[in-house]
Design a protein. Structure first.
Ligand code: GDP
Length: 319
């Protein structure tokens, strides 16, 4: 595959390195000949444009990966709409605008497959963007992410900046957030089933009807796709990043039960929202760059569970 950008010797700022995706990108970049730059939350509030500009001026990255975002599962999105919209817009304008001013030569912005209309054709092609209404449970986050990818497009159109975007499907893996209410479904079920196994609880509750379909991608695979995009992609279109495989939430819950060795019953709570009925992205374009996912769901869940156990043992999982 032809390379459009040479990472060799570059200074790469991973914004959001303490998050699940940013952490995986830092791990992946260890295999490249690059210098990775990071800033902690205490050092730099990414919502503060002036602070971000000053940090960029002092640290002079050649490449920026914007993996920082206010994120959360279906309940967090629905209950914190102002935070999801405001924080994400502020981070995007500060980092993308700041990167342009600082003369950054390549920027990768990360979004999510929830940017697509609720009733988009499946698998969802990139062209489905802005063709219909969004899924209401995550529209705040989706609107912010659409604004971010449009900002990258705008800098490309107006100034020729090599700013690109990638839209991953539902991610899971080491470094996930295990908040009991605000996490995404993989972390929520790993935690709930692990607790149920240890407490010998006869059943575990899974939100919704179990019928929604989701495409799960192991986060280190997503990070590998990001490096592929940095090296091989330069274009306006935000490219989909996915495994190409979907499962129902009910089947997914059984995979988690297997990984955790939980043998109790799964009960579905239909009073909880299902969210989008289906969210499988079309990865034809990414595959065309020579990339495909490597980690099976069972392998990935075993790794995610091992990470959960290690963090629990280290006292790093809040109650
Ligand atoms: P979404 O893809 O934006 O809907 O992200 P989530 O990961 O929050 O939810 C995915 C699906 O899993 C939805 O249909 C949820 O109703 C379902 N689900 C089942 N149990 C849980 C849970 O404990 N937490 C979350 N967040 N979702 C759950």
């Amino acid at each position: 595959m032809t390379q459009v950008f040479d990472l060799h010797g570059k200074r790469v700022w991973v914004a959001g390195h303490r998050g699940m995706v940013g952490g995986a990108i830092v791990r992946r970049l260890a295999c490249e000949q690059v210098q990775v730059l990071t800033a902690t939350r205490q050092e730099l509030d990414l919502r503060e444009a002036a602070a971000v500009r000053a940090w960029l001026k002092a640290n002079r990255p050649d490449v920026v990966v914007l993996a920082a975002a206010k994120v959360g599962g279906i309940a967090a999105n629905d209950s914190l709409p102002a935070d999801f919209l405001y924080d994400n817009l502020m981070i995007e304008t500060a980092v993308i605008g700041g990167a342009f001013e600082a003369g950054v030569s390549k920027l990768l912005f990360l979004g999510s497959s929830c940017i697509y209309p609720r009733m988009a054709p499946q698998p969802i092609p990139e062209e489905a963007l802005l063709t219909g209404p969004l899924e209401p449970t995550n529209e705040w986050y989706a609107i912010a992410k659409i604004a971010g990818l449009k900002l990258c497009q705008a800098y490309r159109r107006q100034h020729g900046a090599d700013f690109i975007s990638g839209m991953p499907s539902n991610l899971y893996g080491p470094g996930d957030n295990y908040h009991p209410e605000h996490s995404h479904v993989p972390a929520a079920l790993i935690r709930r089933m692990d607790e149920a196994r240890r407490a010998h609880a006869p059943s575990v509750t899974v939100w919704g009807t179990g019928t929604p379909l989701r495409e799960f991608l192991y986060v280190d695979d997503a990070a590998d796709a990001c490096v592929c995009l940095l090296k091989h992609y330069s274009g306006e279109m935000a490219l989909n990043i996915g495994s190409g495989e979907e499962v129902s939430i009910a089947v997914f819950a059984r995979h988690v039960a297997r990984a955790v060795a939980y043998q109790g019953e799964l009960k579905f709570d239909a009073s909880r929202p299902d969210g989008a009925p289906r969210k499988l992205v079309d990865v034809t374009r990414l595959k065309g760059l020579g990339w495909s996912a490597k980690t099976s769901l069972d392998e990935g869940l075993a790794l995610a569970y091992a990470d959960y156990r290690a963090r629990l043992k280290a006292g790093a999982i809040a109650a």
